[in-house]
Design a protein around this ligand. Sequence first.
Ligand code: GLU
Length: 294
Amino acid sequence: MDVRPYIGRFAPSPSGHLHFGSLIAAVASYCDAKSNQGTWLVRIENLDPPREVKGSADDILRTLEGFGLFWDNAVQYQSQRHHLYDSALQKLKASGMTFGCACSRKDLASVGGLDFYPGTCRNGIPHEKEGKSVRFQVSKSNIENIKWNDLVQGNQNVLKSSLGDFILRRSDGYYAYHLAVVVDDADQGVTNIVRGADLMDSSPRHLLLQEALNLGSPLYAHIPLAYNIMKDKLSKLTNASPIQIEDAPNQIQDALKFLGQLDVEIDLPEKMLSQAIDQWDVSKIPKSSRTHWT
Ligand code: GLU
């Protein structure tokens, strides 16, 4: 049995302010870690400079502090960890599990291959073209059925053949989220990942990479998403309003309610969170995503 001490994390991308959707992921991962006497890390996922909003990493950290969500150890920034992603990529290349790909988004869209890679460059790049991105060749994995027991969503079973070959390094040279997140979680010793259900689809890819790189797999818990009244996921893209430190007690109370936890009285954020940790019960988190009225 795995007896490693619990290490959890919150891994925001600095592409805007924290909103209620990110708050529930932060609160859930924090309370789950602390109720297991665990460590809670914060990692800024600034892998994608073109999409980074200046000042947002600092803004996110100040907001977390204002909400009483204090992390352990130093904050890690993905922009400073490229050497780790490169060595993982070299390892996968050396074991023959990758291939270069010359397809642009436009090429893929024209053959309906944006969601499922049609295999165009798998057996070689058309001559006159250059393989600028690197993909993981899913069929080379030893796993056929990707199974995991999600601590909120229950038993999952995804067929390898339902996944297209996915990008590890983009044509602009940046590393892809799937590669970086797997490398970082393993390098930081993360044992438990609590995050939004929008990343459920990513987890089978992460499990394949963990196996290919000979890393252990953490436990996963995918929490429900909060939608706005238009049924869009609350996100920076749907202009979800930023959470305000002045309103932290109400927002924390709402977040815990959304997560199906017992009520906590309005108080200082740290006190509310400490009560929430004492009462925390992961089995009470509802599976389904739903509207949150702000
Ligand atoms: N950086 C991702 C996001 O902000 C989260 C990644 C993760 O939790 O695995 O959506």
